[in-house]
Design a binder for this molecule. Structure first.
Ligand SMILES: Cc1cc2nc3c(=O)[nH]c(=O)nc-3n(C[C@H](O)[C@H](O)[C@H](O)COP(=O)(O)O)c2cc1C
Length: 282
């Protein structure tokens, strides 16, 4: 039996048909959706976007959006494609959310291809004027790549437990924090403690908000969420292709997860995560 989300120990019985109704006078999501709509009269925004698209100085700056942790210990990742006889169709059809893991560690090669296929740089494009753009497996609004991938290593071969930033430009993990953070991750995903304790890695997608909002304003937040969804699907299919088991995690506690990653939760915040482990024998 798969563990369900949310776990019954998180359910407050004072809510429900007889409990207090949520305050539905103002819906922040409706307000946000209105505020982030594109409309034909928004000419200053279009002029700004056109300027960003054509200015050599701006293009040169935004062609290097990647965060690096200077001086951090790094782990070089292999860049091997999973060898599978399965067709693309069978991988798509076979992907199911998997939450029951055996506790067998994830191999370094599997981790390398997970991140490479998830959001690795696959081609470097000369944009002129000295700007080179690293294009990745997932699409990105305006090629601004606001999403960072943090790899929380719980149980993997060849990578000590800890929190790592995935440096796509070098295909390395840069160590943010060494040590076993399993119980801190449990605090961030309390409804699924058993799953966290048996997983191999948790890949968290955060958004560096100014990297996308400087160009697209409020619309940029939508773009960041959409991009995280593209990357998550790549990660889940890459896991499936390698015989690993993965599940999208949207039900995390924001502040504990941001704290674990060292993010302020405003300029950079965790948006979405994918848990991956070795499947339990069925
Ligand atoms: C945005 C989003 C958030 C999700 N969050 C969680 C989560 O926090 N925990 C979990 O176990 N599953 C989560 N899921 C997985 C869904 O429960 C799962 O995709 C759904 O039950 C359909 O099953 P399938 O993925 O096997 O097709 C999430 C899925 C999406 C798309």
């Amino acid at each position: 039996m798969q563990t369900q989300w949310p776990d019954s120990n998180l359910v407050d019985s004072s809510f429900g048909p007889d409990g207090p109704a949520p305050d539905d006078l103002v819906s922040p999501s409706e307000v946000y959706h209105e505020a982030s709509k594109l409309r034909l009269p928004d000419r200053p925004l279009y002029a700004w976007i056109a300027h960003v698209n054509t200015s050599p100085e701006v293009r040169q700056t935004i062609s290097r959006p990647l965060t690096h942790l200077r001086g951090a210990p790094t782990v070089e990742l292999p860049r091997v494609a999973p060898t599978t006889a399965r067709s693309f169709r069978s991988i798509l059809e076979g992907r199911r959310s998997g939450r029951d893991y055996s506790g067998v560690p994830i191999g370094l090669e599997a981790l390398g291809s997970l991140l490479y296929l998830g959001d690795g740089i696959v081609v470097r494009m000369d944009m002129g004027g000295g700007a080179t753009w690293g294009l990745r497996t997932a699409p990105s609004g305006g090629g601004l790549y606001p999403i960072e991938l943090y790899c929380i290593v719980l149980n993997a071969l060849g990578v000590p437990p800890g929190v790592y930033l995935y440096a796509a430009s070098t295909h390395r993990l840069e160590c943010v924090r060494a040590g076993d953070v399993t119980e801190e991750l449990v605090d961030a995903v309390p409804a699924q403690a058993e799953m966290v304790r048996s997983a191999g890695v948790c890949i968290v997608m955060s958004a560096v908000m100014p990297r996308i909002k400087f160009k697209y304003g409020e619309r940029g937040y939508r773009f960041a969420l959409l991009e995280a969804g593209h990357i998550a699907q790549n990660l889940l299919l890459a896991a499936e292709a390698q015989g690993l088991s993965g599940v999208a995690i949207g039900g995390f506690m924001d502040d504990p997860l941001n704290r674990l990653l060292g993010l302020d939760g405003v300029d950079e915040a965790a948006l979405y995560a994918v848990m991956v482990g070795t499947p339990s024998p069925t």
